[in-house]
Design a protein. Structure first.
Length: 180
């Protein structure tokens, strides 16, 4: 089994980016059909999708990317933490929608959220759980990841972009190809 490439589904490709939590179900279904036809017993892909209209609104409204450490205003800190939670609820909804469509097409898709296993330090990844992705691939599962809220050693929390997830996967799996 080899990982053929990392596929990035841009947020605007799978959501109506300007309309809160609105997926493009037809586009997601087309992608699910396409991926099903590409997967073989010895060929897998890593899928990473953007958030689009799922998560961006909440993250911006609550200032999640800036974090809360160094802020003496406890109300502000609590607000950012609530934004972290609301952003995660939103991005995991989209991940569920995409994974569900893949499963409906017969793909052994498993949604993987970086929150809880990835950590950054002032925005730079210092901890990631790449081994669990490798294990899933070896067992015949199709990992579907996304940008997410993560803990940050400097800021308390931040946003880990889908592009950063791809960069980490690319370096660890030594991919030759990324498809956007």
């Amino acid at each position: 089994m080899r990982v053929e490439c990392i596929i990035k589904l841009g947020g605007s490709a799978v959501t109506a980016k300007g309309v809160l939590e609105t997926e493009k179900l037809d586009e997601i279904r087309k992608f699910a059909e396409f991926l099903r036809l590409q997967i073989t017993d010895d060929r897998r892909f890593i899928v990473v999708h953007g958030a689009g209209s799922f998560g961006h609104f909440q993250a911006k409204e609550y200032g999640v990317a800036q974090g809360y450490h160094g802020n003496q205003d406890h109300v502000r800190s609590d607000r950012v933490k609530m934004g972290f939670c609301k952003t995660r609820v939103s991005v995991t909804k989209l991940n569920h929608i995409i994974v569900n469509e893949l499963v409906c097409q017969g793909v052994n898709a498993v949604g993987i959220s970086p929150c809880g296993s990835w950590v950054t330090d002032d925005g730079s990844v210092v901890q990631s759980d790449i081994d669990s992705i490798k294990d899933l691939l070896l067992e015949g599962y199709q990992p579907v990841m996304h940008g997410d809220c993560v803990l940050d050693r400097c800021k308390g929390c931040t946003i880990l972009s889908g592009d950063t997830v791809i960069e980490q996967q690319h370096s660890k799996h030594m991919m030759l190809l990324e498809v956007f």
